[in-house]
Design a protein around this ligand. Structure first.
Ligand code: NAP
Length: 301
């Protein structure tokens, strides 16, 4: 159905450094059409130096809300009027709601990651161990949800040790029983820690389109058959990291289920429409199929 833009159309969208390959405009505009809502979801490519002005622009231009993506989820917190309790604890915001001049930050990545694991990984987190690659905004949501679900040990491997240390420090007050260990991304402990873990999550952008020939783990022989390997990247749908894991017999999940589940939650925050049960399942199947078909055709989304 062709969307008619008029004087009452409400604007929502996504702000990030590289939004050209984001599936969020594709997904949200499909959901808005399905419910015949007079909204339009747009991509906003924002330079780092303009982030604060862009966030103020939400109020100025009466934009109803935005998603925040790579690499601004942590920095954006300081520019908001208020931050919902869980997002404040996580220290990262991926959804902003604008209501009567007040900008409120939320983190729907948390529920997106949790649901995607429950529905696709068939994985019990309680008492398990996980290796997390990266320590940015998305890693914060991933680690926080694993701790909430009772994971036993989390091994963070990151290029900048201080960022991983800060996560450990921040989360310790909420999860005093947590065992978070920090390593440099290049350290030889990686192999050992992956062998001890049931879950390996890539939260770095390494391997994301257009740089599809790189991987956060260039070394051979790190994956094993019972490991669940999760890449938050969804474009391409199978990164080099996931291809190598699959070749070694590991079970793999890409970032599309998380994107959809976090998107459904953001959609609810902006429109008040919550997809549940059969409706949620149908929407997920439809978006997944549309995205896969679009990728096969090489369509620009
Ligand atoms: P971010 O806050 O900028 O964090 C990026 C992390 O990756 C940092 O830890 C950074 O390390 C590391 N990194 C970046 N470039 C690197 C390099 N060349 N070598 C080694 N490490 C590098 O970004 P984010 O918001 O967490 O997003 C990260 C990725 O997750 C993006 O690809 C994003 O699209 C994806 N994501 C997907 C979903 C989904 O729904 N599927 C949701 C959220 C995020 P330093 O700390 O050393 O800088």
């Amino acid at each position: 159905m062709k969307k008619e833009i008029n004087g009452k159309t409400k604007i929502i969208g996504i702000m990030g450094k590289n939004v050209e390959n984001s599936l969020s405009p594709f997904m949200h505009n499909r959901m808005l059409s399905k419910y015949s809502l007079n909204f339009c979801y747009l991509p906003f490519k924002i330079r780092e130096a303009d982030l604060e002005r862009a966030i103020q622009g939400i109020r100025t231009l009466n934009i109803k809300g935005v998603n925040i993506t790579f690499p601004y989820k942590e920095r954006v917190v300081e520019f908001l009027d208020q931050v919902e309790e869980t997002a404040r604890r996580v220290g990262a915001v991926n959804t902003i709601v604008h209501h009567k001049g007040i900008l409120t930050g939320y983190n729907t990545d948390l529920i997106g990651f949790k649901k995607s694991l429950q529905k696709n990984g068939k994985f019990t987190i309680k008492g398990e161990k996980a290796v997390i690659l990266g320590a940015g905004g998305a890693a914060r949501a991933v680690i926080y949800s694993l701790l909430e679900e009772g994971i036993k040990e989390v091994y963070i491997f990151n290029r900048t040790i201080e960022k991983a240390e800060k996560i450990k420090q921040d989360f310790y007050s909420f999860f005093p029983q947590s065992d978070i260990q920090i390593f440099n991304l290049k350290k030889e402990e990686l192999k050992d820690k992956i062998q001890q873990s049931h879950l390996l999550v890539n939260t770095t952008p390494l391997g994301m389109s257009p740089q599809m020939d790189i991987t956060p783990l260039p070394e051979e022989g790190l994956f094993y058959p019972d490991l669940l390997v999760y890449d938050l990247i969804y474009h391409p749908s199978k990164t080099l990291f996931l291809k190598q894991a699959e070749k070694a017999g590991a079970k793999i999940i890409n970032g599309l289920p998380m994107l959809i589940y976090q998107g459904l939650e953001s959609f609810y925050l902006w429109t008040g429409i919550k997809l549940e049960g059969k409706e949620e399942v149908e929407m997920i199947e439809r978006i997944t199929k549309d995205c896969q078909e679009a990728e096969k055709k090489g369509e620009k989304r």
